[in-house]
Design a binder for this molecule. Structure first.
Ligand SMILES: NC(=O)c1ccc[n+]([C@@H]2O[C@H](COP(=O)([O-])OP(=O)(O)OC[C@H]3O[C@@H](n4cnc5c(N)ncnc54)[C@H](O)[C@@H]3O)[C@@H](O)[C@H]2O)c1
Ligand SMILES: O=P(O)(O)OC[C@@H](O)[C@@H](O)[C@H](O)[C@H](O)CO
Length: 385
């Protein structure tokens, strides 16, 4: 079986490539990083180590790579694949769509073999978004045919993989925990299941639980940690004040999730507990600037902060801790993060209140808008005191 995976980065090599290879796929990575591509081509394998006491390592064999700029080769690989996956970042999906569309055209001109395309990004409806980008490159006739023979099931992926600093650029250290959930209702019959993937009929509770717990808590630790001058999530989580705020934000999203999906409250508490332990994993060094990266995306209406805050508000709750986390995100001014730079210059140009509405979609007269502004002022005072 052949899989084409877009993005040979941390999650691509450390999670998706590893699981696909264990399931018997020959994995062809597509990336625009020349070093990664040529090393994968030369060696055909790489190593993954677990961040635990034993540091167990596995060799992922039988892999190769294509440069993403080579559209013809990308299309050919997609045309011959049994499965396509991605882990490039949700904002990059539009850039890989053309190669996938060309591959689908080639494939459909010679075969009706089904193709599943799964975006493994931190986003609600990642594969659905990719499908829209891919379809924008297809004719009406091709779209109808693709509707029959290609599927874009949405997915939720969970495994913490920090930025890697090894002598070997292909080696990757990952946390032991992983969860990959795929929406079975969006799949075509006859698909060979990937070992280690959990297939569900309704993905929304899983992706919201993951995004509003792992990612909400994570970015809260990152933004508060950044404001206090910590370099890593592990350092931030050693600070009692930050841990307390992360716990409070997760109690807030937990209350929402338990109400919305009738989750067992004790089970959800255990889920939170486990996640806080994962953030503290002493065998990982995860930088706050990675976890806080792309604050505009993280402050967008459908992401880990605004979406749960507005849903909680609709259910009669006051999302005070989510508003504080959003305030901390608004103060993330890391100069090497293009979105942080844009965010800060927009705040300067528009003023804070209008910038909040611009990025979050929350109107200026909404009570949550007022809460965010209050927390920005409080956090600024704390930082300067
Ligand atoms: N790292 C994690 O802990 C983690 C966990 C779950 C989900 N995710 C999600 O996985 C995705 C990837 O995250 P990551 O941490 O692996 O990032 P990363 O930066 O390590 O990897 C992304 C890779 O995509 C490549 N890329 C960029 N543009 C491309 C293009 N046009 N064509 C092909 N490849 C391209 C980059 O060169 C890079 O190798 C993100 O959506 C992220 O939210 C990450
Ligand atoms: O990848 P992002 O930028 O959406 O979020 C940063 C981290 O929270 C994220 O990568 C987590 O490590 C991951 O989602 C854990 O499953």
């Amino acid at each position: 079986m052949r899989a084409v995976h877009f993005g040979a980065g941390n999650i691509g090599r450390g999670f998706i490539g590893l699981l696909l290879s264990r399931s018997g796929y020959e994995v062809c990575f597509v990336d625009v990083n020349d070093t990664l591509v040529s090393l994968l081509q030369q060696r055909g394998e790489y190593t993954v180590a677990l961040a635990n006491e034993a540091q167990e390592a596995a060799v992922v064999r039988g892999v190769t790579a294509i440069n993403g700029k080579d559209l013809e080769r990308v299309a050919e690989a997609v045309a011959n694949a049994d499965l396509v996956t991605t882990a490039v970042g949700v904002s990059i999906l539009k850039h890989i769509a053309e190669g996938i569309a060309k591959g689908i055209e080639q494939r459909l001109s010679r075969s009706n073999a089904p193709l599943h395309i799964i975006a493994c990004e931190n986003a609600i409806g990642g594969s659905t978004q990719l499908k829209e980008h891919v379809y924008s490159h297809l004719s009406g006739e091709m779209r109808s045919k693709a509707d029959q023979y290609t599927a874009f099931p949405d997915a939720a992926v969970d495994r913490i993989v920090p930025i890697q600093h090894h002598e070997d650029p292909l080696h990757v250290t990952v946390e032991p925990f992983y969860e990959w959930v795929v929406d079975r209702s969006g799949m075509i019959e006859g698909f060979t299941e990937i070992q280690g993937v959990h297939y569900v009929d309704e993905l929304t509770p899983y992706i919201e639980r993951k995004l509003f717990t792992v990612n909400t808590g994570h970015c809260c630790a990152a933004y508060l940690g950044y404001l206090q001058g910590f370099q890593t999530i592990q350092e931030a989580m050693a600070d009692q004040g930050i841990t307390a705020q992360v716990r409070q934000v997760l109690e807030e999203t937990g209350e929402l999730l338990v109400k919305k999906y009738a989750f067992d409250s004790q089970e959800h508490k255990n889920y939170i507990h486990k996640i806080l332990d994962r953030f503290r994993n002493p065998y990982l060094t995860d930088e706050v600037i990675r976890v806080g990266r792309s604050p505009i995306r993280k402050l967008s209406p459908n992401d880990r902060l605004v979406r749960p805050a507005l849903q909680a508000f609709e259910l009669g709750m006051t999302p005070n801790h989510l508003a504080r986390a959003m305030a901390a995100a608004l103060l993330f001014d890391h100069t090497e993060d293009p979105e942080a730079v844009e965010l800060q210059s927009t705040i300067q140009a528009m003023g804070l209140g209008r910038a909040v509405t611009h990025y979050t979609g929350i109107p200026e007269n909404h009570p949550v808008h007022g809460l965010i502004l209050e927390h920005v002022h409080q956090l600024k005072q704390q930082v300067h005191s």
